[in-house]
Ligand binder design. Structure first.
Ligand SMILES: Cc1ncc(COP(=O)(O)O)c(C=O)c1O
Length: 492
């Protein structure tokens, strides 16, 4: 058996470094869920997965379309005549029909206020693969990218791990709903320069993961002026572009770029997109890089050989995305279902006095539990998080894993489960808060102080799960949070 120390010498620096960012409570929570997954009848006391930003509210609409359109698949009697050609196709430019359909779809989800050129569509293995390729095109190891906090935890892996790029935080806080300001941008840029980090760009997710908010036009203009003045890149991850279910509408950077009075160098602007959220197809690994820079398009296209979308998937998507009326109905119905679920969940939280940042997009809410903590510290936040997983049996993600600078915020996903699971999750939260209040009343009578918080601290000592398990190569990969494949599940 090779010891860990020997392994470090045997393997590369990338393999043995901690830069993958997966040693975070964000990923640990998924593993805790995997060890005791909730199932309505099979394991009703298990952990409910609320740490997974998946849109599972509308697959039935796609299923119905598939049944009506058997020719869209090369593995059906109706579509098999295309099998040979499609199975052989491996050009890294992608099927033209696919690029055309996806460019059109990207325009549609932006209200047709902007058009996209199919020749600028570059494929990647999900937004994950597309954004890493973009980093390889834009930056060298050690270069920095500014990023507003709180941000999606897996960016530490996707943008940084293999590229060697550094992520430099732009500090945002609740005093202005975590909006990015000119001052915060300038201060972060200045700090980076003083630390001898060469800043190559700014990356933002709009709509935001974890905030569930969309950026207003003024903020987008501020970002464009800022990157143009500094002559650095702007990467906009717009993976939730159509996952917007309330006003204000989503505004894409591509729209603002067109209408800027001040001329902006288009070559500095790049968009990351994917069908993982808006169409609820994360398993298809459809990632898109759209760049206004010819050099980036050309280089990224060569790199896309490392993460092509299967031609079978391209063929299917070209077909479904070209069905205009289906796409319109799907997007409308998906937003309606998301709005309904969001309202139900946030109102359920409000019944016990829990509020969230006001949001109109995404598959999660940014829940404010600051008043459940005795002190505003990250230790207290972790204690509360462990209690929520261990006692309440919900996997939510603590703000610290999103690099939030204010303790007490948690991201809670609400669209990856059915109505019954949401009801049970809310019941558990209600019981948890009620118990805390009852303890408080009882202990106040006994003249003891702050029992609710004391309970949190006491429970912190209990072991949630065996942490050595987390290091085991046998535990599932955090990139695929479901331990077993659906095929295996179906047969057991
Ligand atoms: C902001 C953001 N970017 C990228 C990704 C990764 O998406 P994909 O599954 O397309 O790789 C996610 C997934 O949660 C995300 O929230």
């Amino acid at each position: 058996m090779v010891s860990l120390k020997e392994n470090i010498n045997l393997l590369s620096k990338i393999a043995t470094s901690n830069q993958h960012g997966e040693n975070s409570p964000y990923f640990d929570g998924w593993k805790a869920y995997d060890q005791d997954p909730f199932h309505l009848t099979g394991n009703p006391n298990g952990v409910i997965q609320m740490g997974l930003a998946e849109n599972q509210l509308s697959p039935d609409l796609i299923e119905k379309w598939i049944v009506k359109n058997p020719k869209s698949s090369i593995c059906t009697e109706d579509g098999v005549d295309q099998f040979k050609d499609i199975a052989n196709f491996q050009d890294y430019h992608g099927l033209y029909e696919f690029r055309k359909a996806i460019a059109h779809f990207m325009g549609k989800v932006r209200g047709n206020r902007v058009t996209f050129d199919p020749d600028r569509i570059v494929m990647g293995g999900g937004a994950t693969g597309a954004s890493e390729s973009l980093m390889f095109c834009l930056a060298d190891p050690g270069d920095g990218f500014l990023i507003p906090t709180p941000y999606y935890p897996a960016f530490d892996r996707d943008l940084r791990w293999r590229t060697g790029v550094q992520l430099v935080p732009i500090i945002c806080n609740s005093s202005n709903e975590f909006k990015i300001t000119q001052e915060a941008l300038e201060s972060s840029y200045k700090n980076a320069i003083e630390s001898n980090i060469q800043i190559k760009g700014l990356i933002v997710a709009n709509p935001s993961n974890p905030l569930g908010t969309t950026m207003d036009k003024e903020t987008l203009k501020t970002l464009l002026r800022f990157i143009n003045d500094k002559n650095i890149h702007l990467v906009c991850d717009e993976i939730y572009a159509a996952t917007v279910f309330n006003t204000p509408d989503f505004i894409s950077i591509s729209e603002v770029l067109e209408e800027m009075e001040h001329p902006i160098n288009h070559e500095l602007v790049h968009i990351i997109y994917s069908l993982s959220k808006d169409m609820g197809l994360p398993g298809f690994r459809v990632g898109i890089l759209y760049s206004y820079n010819d050099g980036v398009v050309s280089c990224a296209r060569k790199m896309s050989s490392f993460g092509l979308i299967s031609s079978q998937t391209q063929y299917f998507l070209a077909s479904i995305l070209s069905d205009e009326s289906f796409v319109e109905d799907f997007l409308r119905e998906s937003s309606r279902r998301l709005a309904k679920r969001h309202k139900f969940f946030t109102q359920g939280l409000e019944k016990v006095g829990i509020t969230c940042l006001a949001s109109n997009a995404g598959l999660f809410v940014w829940m404010d539990l600051r008043k459940l903590m005795k002190k505003p510290t990250f230790d207290e936040e972790m204690a509360l998080w462990r209690l929520i997983i261990h006692d309440v049996k919900l996997n939510v993600s603590p703000g610290s894993s999103f690099h939030c600078v204010e303790p007490g915020w948690f991201r809670v996903c609400f669209a990856n489960m059915d109505d019954q699971a949401v009801d049970i999750a809310l019941e558990r939260i209600h019981a948890f808060v009620k118990k805390g209040k009852e303890n408080k009343v009882a202990t106040t009578k006994n003249r003891k102080n702050k029992p609710f918080q004391k309970k949190l601290r006491l429970s912190f000592s209990s072991r949630l799960y065996d942490e050595t398990m987390l290091m085991s190569p046998r535990t599932m990969s955090p990139h695929s949070p479901f331990a077993r494949s659906p095929l295996v599940k179906a047969s057991t």
